[in-house]
Design a protein around this ligand. Sequence first.
Ligand code: F6R
Length: 591
Amino acid sequence: MCGIVGYLGKEDGAHVIIDGLKRLEYRGYDSWGIAASNDGKIDIHKQVGKIGGFDLKRDLPAFHGNICIGHTRWATHGGVTEKNSHPHLSCDKRIAVVHNGIVENYQELKTELEKKGHKFVSQTDTEVLAHLIEEKLKTKKELKDAVRASLKEVEGSYALGIIDREQKIMIGARLGSPLVFGLGKDGFYLGSDVPAFLEFTNKVIFLGEHEMVEVKPEGYKIINIESGQQIKSKIVKIAWSIEDAEKGGQPHFMIKEMLEQPMVVDKTVGTDPTELEKAAKLIRKAKKIYVVACGTALHAGLYGAYLLAQNNDLMVQPISAGEFPYFGHLIKKNDLVITVSQSGETADVLGAVRSAQAAGAKVLALVNVLGSSLMRLADGSILTKAGSEICVLSTKAYVSQQAMFAMLSAHLNGKPEEGKKALRAIKKDIKTILEKDNLKKIRKLAKKLSGVPNIYALGRGINYPNSLESCLKIKEVSYIHAEGFAGGDLKHGPIALIEKDVPVLVFSTNDQVQKEIISNAMEVKARGAYVIGIGPENNQVFEEYLPVSANGFYTPIASIVYSQLIAYYIALEKQLDPDKPRNLAKSVTVK
Ligand code: F6R
């Protein structure tokens, strides 16, 4: 999703912006741009495509300024063109604006502004903001007041970076899209995410909803957009190192992040029991429990639902956050919505949370980003322990979410040591899966799979979510069509897809489910499938066998690592970039 970087400080601000935009590449984008205020004018540079190879010194040696904003755009309103890329300027070129979010009433605002003589050069919703602020500056002396007056007319969501060449001010504002303000030795920073400026400072303020920051060379003010009142905000020290947010010597973030999974599980074991107890209290008090999330996080939520059913006798209804509006009216006071999100900024999840809370329900969040919108909104939250996840595909966040459900489930049963013990075994197992020889074996298998048009996966019970997640990983990164099914559903349709040599991943077990899943494997093999078994016991039906240790309900936390690796190595075989698959964005902050 779009990325924002802002800087007010020294003369070489443009470098700060270009570096920051490169660090935000993981969010996904199709064009980018930068504005720099210098010598009473604003210079702009925009490009379609990636920023990776851009070198400011070489490509734009004269470009400089001490108040700068930059943006990576993921097109929503208007095609992928330089004109539509941000920053956007007011007619008098005094104001430059970058924006993440959607101005829902931009058409009405644009028509009004055009009547007043404003000329638009792009098809974007964002450009109205630059003109609206310009219009308000006709009656408001200070930029902050013109911005506040403009935002009062805006319907939708925004994280904004605004610079003014005349008053030499930078403003950041947010509603519904994340924005972080950084306080450094050499200046002040804005970022849609901390990695944008972590190289320069780890002291940050997470702007809240309806908050803006007015930044001048001599200092800053956090202001409530609606009331205009100054707010005292907490400065948070970020513990992530910049190395944490970089590749750590690996060729891609995806493999680096998969290799971190044993550590992630280990960190989860160390979760503060008081954090778990707060969550457990919400669960114990709940009349009905729902789990709401999107994509990979939804698969983790589904795993949580199976785990809480099987290990804790709790009925938990999973709902995809995008579909939540059609069930929302059934949510009641005393119900609990458990949300799962890596970013904590997914628009559908935040929408579901707001509507559940409006109905009087409580919200518990399993979330990976400290200070995220979800964390702030939720009635209770547990911080998952994945650390910064840069690859667009979620791997270690999924494992951390499953592991956190394991801790929560054991805590609810009053047997926290059982959860810890299981996770320690899982950690060991993931370490073994990630050993060099094993990686070679998986790469060989991935080579075999890289030319096929379809891949399927089967799982039953607690392994079912992994069959969905495996196929999501494969399709996202290799563009091979892949579908996961519950073993019991096979005969109700999907078996029609099975033909000679079609690969089927089978998540098997060594418990009472084993007989049934093995008979599903037999059924697909009888129709020519190439069966790859993942589980604690080998079976003659498997053409390939990928072993995991038997850890009961917790086994899927280790077995998913095989599918992640298969997906990664297929992408490499196909010479695709696993960190930035086409059309995908890291955090989906628009509906
Ligand atoms: C897939 C993936 C997505 C996210 C989904 C939710 O690899 O990353 O499916 O899981 O967009 O995102 P969060 O967890 O940030 O709410």
